[in-house]
Design a protein around this ligand. Sequence first.
Ligand code: OFO
Length: 167
Amino acid sequence: MLSKEMESALNDQLNKEMFSAYLYLSMAAYFEDKNLPGMASWMRLQSDEEYLHATKFYDFIVKARGRVKLKGIDEPKFEWDSPRQAFEEAFAHEQFITKSINEIADLAVKNNDHATNTFLQWFVDEQLEEEATVENIVESFKLIADQPAGLFMLDRELAQRNSSSSE
Ligand code: OFO
């Protein structure tokens, strides 16, 4: 059985994952508007992944006999100065999510809640991967330095992502 403190932290994280899905869907719409279909598709898949992350929290809370409490999702940003800025913000957001996951894992350790701590280890690994993936894209943006041909190539490259590339 989850402690009330743990239940609340897991529900908060569920909300953050839903916000991530919303944020990346908003970025996908931004890229659609900029005629960058590869980046739009990449972000759309990222949004789908975040929804899956949220439902992993949902399923765990139910399994651990806690109570899921859904909260309002903040309105995501609508406009970015450039495609590069959107990916830089996605990277910063992933760093924020990593910090949040680590804090819940710390809480689980402090409370001797081994089941929650074990559940969270999947997310600890996933965050390593997510940060590395988005950071690589940010590095590619730096290399192309706003050249249209480079942007076109990067868009084509990001279009290659498929839903099975990561969970
Ligand atoms: Fe759920 O990993 Fe990104 O936010």
